[in-house]
Write a protein of this length. Structure first.
Length: 505
């Protein structure tokens, strides 16, 4: 549009006018690059006062136009809507209503508004078209809850069925749902299918970055689901090539290729190299849901034990401590297995540095012992992992049928950020996971991170208050001899005892 044309550049920055006239040696390399870019279009730069530079200032502050202003309450339209509102006409012609409707002058305008004076304080009767606007004006001040919003609005205005409508609008306020934390969803623990042999199902993860130790910055952890045999491999980086090499040299060379590998959704474990590595081994890969450590809990518990042991040694060279710590973990008896993982792997206990007596009576190259050991190893059955806590589970009933949900943000966020995003559309449900649409992308997350979204339909209607016109009904001569019906300010129908009716009449 501007290329190839002669034009002038107007600016309120005076130093820029003399920039092309000064000695280039005085400019920094960055300033020279900027001036070179400007000179490709024009060098005719002229000064204009800042008060007259309106167009450029408006473009530089274009984000101000994104501020949404609350609509102003028009008292003239409010008074006109009161005259045309059908609910007001019903209450005006109903003597049984507890409302006392009178015209009162508005303090901020010259119009008279129809107000309820039964409580001694005039409360304007809000027509149907202004109810949501009144709610938004008061609720958006501090976004109070249902009870506080009801008291705040009912103390100033009145309309039939207001409690029901206010409750619906507060529940459907998206800002409140994204910002307020209610009771978190807590689903029961899921279970993996028990492996039928040792080293067929392993869990892997990465710990780090850790303080540098002998050129190593991370730990690749592996644990067998059948025997609970752990491995912790120091690695210098988290590249896919490094991880694949460590798994092959340390685990596969000793225990063979696993049938199933479970890991989280780390980018290194989802890389094309790692996917091709598992395909080459004929291994099925299971990915856990993001930000849900309990899905890979067996290796996360191992991390806790491993880190506490490293910290207890009080040695910065943690890479030197890994072998001795693994020896202690492998020889420790596990309660759920009633044995150590080394016994499930080798068929016997390992000799520790503090052992004084050798209790092993295995003859060398005993064929009978080898045959018996092989037979006993084949008879081993897998033991399911045990839960060491008794958490209370909670799943909101609406999660089974809600069309949209709010997703909790579990990553570290700056202060004053909303803890939830959404609402997101639900695509598929299971017992422990839910698939949602996040910005056009299918994402499967744990139920523990979501809560149902209460969305406001196009028109939220309150239950129509049934107003009985007592002018055409003789309550004293009715067949059932029922007391008359009175309609309260909130639209409820109430019956007073006969003794009070006699006293009142």
């Amino acid at each position: 549009m501007l290329e190839g044309r002669e034009f002038q550049i107007y600016t309120d920055q005076k130093p820029l006018i003399y920039a092309f006239k000064q000695n280039p040696d005085k400019c920094s390399p960055r300033q020279l690059r900027h001036l070179d870019f400007i000179s490709q279009y024009s060098t005719d730069i002229r000064h204009v006062q800042g008060s007259q530079n309106i167009v450029a200032d408006a473009l530089s502050r274009i984000e101000v136009g994104s501020i949404t202003e609350s609509p102003i309450l028009n008292f003239k339209e409010f008074a006109r809507a009161q005259k045309d509102d059908s609910d007001i006409q019903k209450f005006l012609h109903n003597d049984a209503s507890s409302l006392q409707l009178d015209l009162k002058p508005c303090q901020t305008s010259k119009f008279n508004l129809l107000c309820d004076t039964s409580t001694g304080v005039p409360s304007p009767f809000v027509p149907t078209s202004f109810r949501k606007l009144i709610f938004d004006h008061l609720h958006n001040l501090a976004h109070p809850g249902i009870a506080a919003s009801t008291k705040l609005i009912s103390a100033r205005y009145v309309w039939p069925g207001m409690k029901y409508q206010i409750k619906q609008w507060v529940q459907c306020c998206e800002s409140c749902q994204r910002s307020k934390i209610q009771r978190h969803t807590k689903t029961p623990l899921g279970t993996f299918s028990l492996p039928d042999a040792r080293f067929t199902h392993i869990h892997i993860d990465i710990v780090g970055p850790l303080p540098p130790s002998e050129g190593q910055n991370y730990l690749l952890t592996i644990i067998d689901r059948f025997s609970r045999w752990p491995e912790a491999i120091p690695i210098p980086d988290m590249r896919g090539k490094t991880i694949c090499r460590a798994i092959f040299d340390t685990w596969i060379s000793r225990f063979g290729c696993p049938s199933v590998v479970t890991s989280d959704q780390g980018s290194q474990l989802r890389s094309s190299m790692f996917v091709e590595f598992t395909r080459m081994l004929g291994t099925q890969k299971i990915k856990t849901t993001p930000y849900h450590l309990i899905s890979n809990g067996i290796v996360e518990r191992f991390h806790r034990h491993l880190k506490s042991a490293i910290k207890a040694h009080e040695n910065e060279k943690w890479s030197e401590l890994i072998p001795i710590i693994l020896l202690g973990i492998r020889t420790a008896v596990k309660e759920d297995l009633q044995s150590s993982c080394s016994e499930l792997v080798y068929g016997t206990t390992l000799r520790l540095p503090c052992d004084m007596i050798d209790v092993s009576d295995i003859p060398p190259c005993d064929i009978e012992f080898i045959t018996d050991l092989r037979h006993r190893m084949q008879q081993l059955n897998s033991v399911a992992t045990s839960a060491h806590c008794t958490d209370r589970f909670y799943i909101h009933p609406s999660l089974k049928s809600s069309s949209h949900i709010f997703l909790r943000v579990d990553r570290v966020q700056p202060p004053l950020r909303q803890p939830y995003t959404g609402p997101h559309k639900v695509l598929r449900r299971t017992d422990t996971t839910i698939t949602i649409d996040v910005n056009g992308r299918k994402t499967t997350v744990s139920l523990d991170r979501v809560k149902p979204a209460h969305l406001l339909p196009e028109i939220v209607l309150s239950p129509p208050p049934e107003i009985i016109n007592l002018k055409s009904t003789d309550v004293h001569t009715s067949k059932n001899d029922e007391p008359p019906t009175y309609v309260t300010r909130s639209g409820r129908r109430v019956h007073f005892p006969k003794k009070l009716i006699t006293y009142m009449t």
